[in-house]
Design a protein around this ligand. Structure first.
Ligand SMILES: *[C@@H]1O[C@H](CO)[C@@H](O)[C@H](O)[C@H]1NC(C)=O
Ligand SMILES: *[C@@H]1O[C@H](CO)[C@@H](O)[C@H](O)[C@H]1NC(C)=O
Ligand SMILES: *[C@@H]1O[C@H](CO)[C@@H](O)[C@H](O)[C@H]1NC(C)=O
Ligand SMILES: *[C@@H]1O[C@H](CO)[C@@H](O)[C@H](O)[C@H]1NC(C)=O
Ligand SMILES: *[C@@H]1O[C@H](CO)[C@@H](O)[C@H](O)[C@H]1NC(C)=O
Ligand SMILES: *[C@@H]1O[C@H](CO)[C@@H](O)[C@H](O)[C@H]1NC(C)=O
Ligand SMILES: *[C@@H]1O[C@H](CO)[C@@H](O)[C@H](O)[C@H]1NC(C)=O
Length: 547
C-alpha cells in the first residue's frame, strides 16, 4: 500500500496574513482545525481505543516553513482534559504555547484551544504529541517538518520524495489502564510490539523508484524503548538531527532513543523488488521487532530472506555512533549564515548543573526523580503563577544543582536562570537503564558522552568544535552526557525524561529563564485566549498588549 504522506487533504489549510497578537506582521500563517476523538484502531491485530486527530492515527503531518505562523485550533472531543505539545519546535519567547501542564492549562473535554506558534531558527524534523494523562500511549502524535525558505540552500539535492516515519513501542492495553497501573504504584509493563506509522508487522510500505533518493524523517514517538532502524541491503545517510544539518555519514542502522528525530537519505540502488524495513528494541533482554516494506515501483517479488539482524544489548556500538553524529559547520542554518558561525566552544560556562536520575518508593508507590526530587504538578501552571504573581505554587531552588543523597522526596521542582547565563548540564546516570532527556524551548550542544562518573577532568575530552545541537539526548546506563547551551529563551521550560512512565511519575522539572530587565521585550504577552485553571481561575488578563 502506498503511503500518502501529504496528509494535507484533511486539514483546513489556508495561507493568509495573520491578524493574531503573537504573529509577526508579514509572516504568513497556516490554519489547522483539529478534532481530537477516541476511535477504534487495531495496529497489533487487536481492537483497542486510540486517540485520533481528524479521524487519523497517527495524526496528520504539519508541513511548514521557517517564520511561518501556525494557528492550530484543537477541539477536545475526549472525556478527559487534553494538551498537545510540540517536541523540539522551540516557541521562541512563548512558553505559554508549549502545551505542557507547567505552562498551559488543559483543554477541558468538549472545549477547544487555539495554539499560535511561530516556527523559527530550525529546519528539520520534529513531532507533536499529547502531553497529559498518558494519552501518548493511545496516539494523537504526528510528524512536523520545518522547511527552509526557498532561497536558503540545504546541503543535499532535493530528494524524490519525503516520508515521515514514526516508530515507537506499543501496548495493546488502553491508556487509562496503563495510567491506573502507574497511579496504583506499579512500574510500566513491557510493551506488546512496535509500530511504524501506526501499523504493525508488514503494515506500512514506502514506494520508491529505482535510482532515486528519498528523505525519511524518522522519530521515536514511543513510550520507553530505544529502537534500531535499518533497511535490508540499503544504506542510511544521516543528514539532519532535530533541526540541524549533520556531517553526512552513512550507516547500516541507526539507534533512535525515545523522543529523538533523524532525517536520512536512502537511495533506491538495489535490484527491483521489495525490501524489509526493520525496527527493533535495544538494550532489552526480550527483543521486540517489527517490519515495514520498501517497495520498488517495478518490483515483481515480495520481501524475501531473513530481515537484517541489528544490534541488541551492545552499548559501545550505540555510543560510538552517537559520537559520530556532528554538526556540519558550513551548511546553512535557517538564515543564510552557516550553522558554525555560533562558536559555543568559546563561551565561558557560568553555571554547571549535574542531574542524576533515580527511582524509589515514596508513600508505597513507585516514583522517579532528578537530584532526589520527584516532580509533582501543582493545580496551577507555573507560568500562570508567574504571570499573576500567585504565591505558593513553586519555589526557586526546589531542585539543587548537584545530586543529593537521601531518599526521594516529592516537590514541584523548579530552578531558575538569568537569560544571559551560559549553562553546562551534565546528565549523570547511575542506574543500569538507558535514559533519554528532552528540554523544551532549546537546542543544546552535546559536548561529551562516556561511561562511568563525570568529573571536571571529563571536560578535557569535550567536543568544543562541531558537536551536534539537538533537543533530546540519551544517557547510557552507568554513564554521563554533557550539554552546553545559552538559556536565551525567556520562559518556563520543561526538562523531562522521555521514558514516559518516568516522566509521568516525576522524572522532570522546570527551568525558569528570566530577564532582569523589562520582561515584555523578551517575551510575548499572555495570549488573549489563555485557558485559566487552578489558582488562576477567574483572573483578569487586564490590558493585553499586542505584539
Ligand atoms: C475556540 O475556537 C474558536 C473558533 O472556533 C476561537 O475563536 C476561540 O478563540 C477558541 N478558544 C480558545 C480558548 O482558543
Ligand atoms: C556540509 O555542508 C556543505 C555545504 O552545504 C556541503 O557542501 C558539504 O558536503 C557538507 N559536508 C559534509 C561532510 O556533509
Ligand atoms: C511479511 O511479509 C513476508 C512476505 O509476504 C512474509 O514472508 C512474512 O512472514 C511477513 N512477516 C510478518 C511478520 O507478517
Ligand atoms: C566498549 O569499549 C570499551 C573501550 O573502547 C572497552 O573497554 C569495552 O570492553 C567495550 N565493551 C564492549 C561490551 O564491547
Ligand atoms: C573566558 O574566561 C577567560 C578566563 O577567565 C577569559 O580570559 C576570556 O576572555 C573569557 N572569554 C569570554 C568569551 O568571555
Ligand atoms: C534561583 O536558584 C538558583 C539556584 O539555586 C540561583 O542560581 C538563582 O540565583 C536563583 N534565582 C533567583 C531569582 O532567586
Ligand atoms: C489599561 O489601559 C488603559 C488605557 O491605556 C489605562 O488607562 C489603564 O490604566 C490600563 N489598566 C491596567 C490595569 O493596566
Amino acid at each position: 500500500m502506498a503511503l500518502n504522506i501529504a496528509a494535507v487533504g484533511a486539514l483546513c489549510l489556508c495561507v493568509i496574513v495573520s491578524l493574531f497578537a503573537i504573529t509577526s506582521a508579514g509572516d504568513p500563517s497556516k490554519f489547522f482545525d483539529w478534532k481530537v476523538t477516541y476511535g477504534d484502531i487495531s495496529p497489533l491485530g487487536v481492537r483497542q481505543q486510540g486517540i485520533l486527530i481528524n479521524g487519523q492515527f497517527p495524526g496528520p503531518d504539519i508541513n511548514t516553513i521557517t517564520n511561518e505562523n501556525l494557528i492550530i485550533n484543537v477541539f477536545n472531543g475526549l472525556d478527559e482534559p487534553f494538551l498537545l505539545s510540540w517536541s523540539g519546535v522551540q516557541q521562541r519567547r512563548n512558553s505559554y504555547q508549549d502545551g505542557v501542564f507547567g505552562t498551559t492549562c488543559p483543554i477541558p473535554p468538549g472545549k477547544n484551544f487555539t495554539y499560535k506558534i511561530q516556527v523559527k531558527d530550525q529546519i528539520g524534523s520534529f513531532f507533536y504529541f499529547p502531553s497529559l494523562a498518558f494519552h501518548r500511549a493511545a496516539g494523537a502524535f504526528g510528524g512536523i517538518r520545518v522547511l527552509s525558505q526557498p532561497l536558503i540552500p540545504v546541503p543535499f539535492p532535493k530528494p524524490a520524495d519525503d516520508y515521515t516515519v514514526l516508530i515507537g513501542d506499543w501496548y495493546k492495553t488502553n491508556h487509562k489502564d496503563l495510567r491506573n497501573q502507574l497511579d496504583s504504584g506499579k512500574i510500566l509493563s513491557f510493551p506488546d510490539g512496535i509500530l511504524i506509522n501506526g501499523r504493525g508487522p508488514n503494515g506500512t510500505s514506502f514506494n520508491v523508484v529505482k535510482g532515486k533518493t528519498y528523505r525519511l524523517r524518522i522519530s521515536n514517538v514511543g513510550l520507553q524503548n530505544s529502537l534500531n532502524f535499518r533497511i535490508q541491503n540499503h544504506k542510511l545517510t544521516l543528514v539532519e538531527v532535530e533541526g540541524k544539518h549533520t556531517i553526512q555519514t552513512t550507516y547500516t542502522s541507526l539507534d533512535l532513543h525515545v523522543g529523538q528525530s533523524y532525517s536520512v537519505l536512502v537511495t533506491a540502488d538495489q535490484p527491483d523488488k521489495d525490501y524489509y524495513i526493520v525496527v527493533s528494541s535495544r538494550f532489552t533482554s526480550q527483543v521486540l521487532t517489527t517490519t515495514g516494506i520498501l517497495h520498488y515501483s517495478n518490483s515483481k517479488s515480495p520481501v524475501s530472506g531473513p530481515p537484517p539482524a541489528g544490534p541488541t544489548t551492545d552499548i559501545n556500538f550505540s555510543l560510538e555512533q552517537a559520537r559520530s553524529i556532528r554538526i556540519n559547520l558550513t551548511a546553512s542554518g535557517p538564515r543564510p549564515n552557516p550553522q558554525g558561525t555560533y562558536h559555543y566552544g568559546l563561551i565561558n560556562v557560568t553555571r554547571t548543573i549535574i542531574l542524576s536520575n533515580s527511582q524509589g518508593i515514596v508513600n508505597g508507590k513507585q516514583r522517579y526523580a532528578i537530584n532526589g526530587v520527584s516532580y509533582v504538578a501543582p493545580d496551577t501552571p507555573l507560568k500562570l503563577a508567574d504571570h499573576f504573581k500567585i504565591e505558593g505554587v513553586y519555589r526557586n531552588g526546589s531542585i539543587q544543582d548537584k545530586p543529593t543523597s537521601g531518599p526521594i522526596h516529592l516537590d514541584t521542582s523548579v530552578t531558575q536562570s538569568d537569560f544571559k547565563a551560559f549553562l553546562e548540564i551534565v546528565f549523570q546516570n547511575y542506574e543500569n537503564t538507558i535514559q533519554s532527556y528532552h528540554l523544551d524551548g532549546y537546542s543544546f550542544y552535546v559536548v561529551g558522552m562516556d561511561g562511568g562518573q563525570w568529573t571536571p577532568d571529563s571536560r578535557k575530552h569535550y567536543n568544543l568544535h562541531d558537536a551536534i545541537a539537538r533537543c533530546t539526548i540519551q544517557v547510557y546506563p552507568k554513564s554521563w552526557t554533557a550539554v552546553y547551551f545559552a538559556p536565551d529563551n525567556v520562559g518556563m521550560w520543561n526538562l523531562r525524561s522521555e521514558f514516559w512512565a518516568r516522566q509521568y511519575l516525576g522524572q522532570q522539572f522546570y527551568l525558569r529563564v528570566y530577564a532582569t530587565s523589562s520582561v515584555s521585550k523578551y517575551e510575548y504577552p499572555i495570549p488573549k485566549n489563555v485557558l485559566l485553571c487552578g489558582k488562576a481561575t477567574g483572573r483578569s488578563l487586564g490590558n493585553v498588549t499586542t505584539a
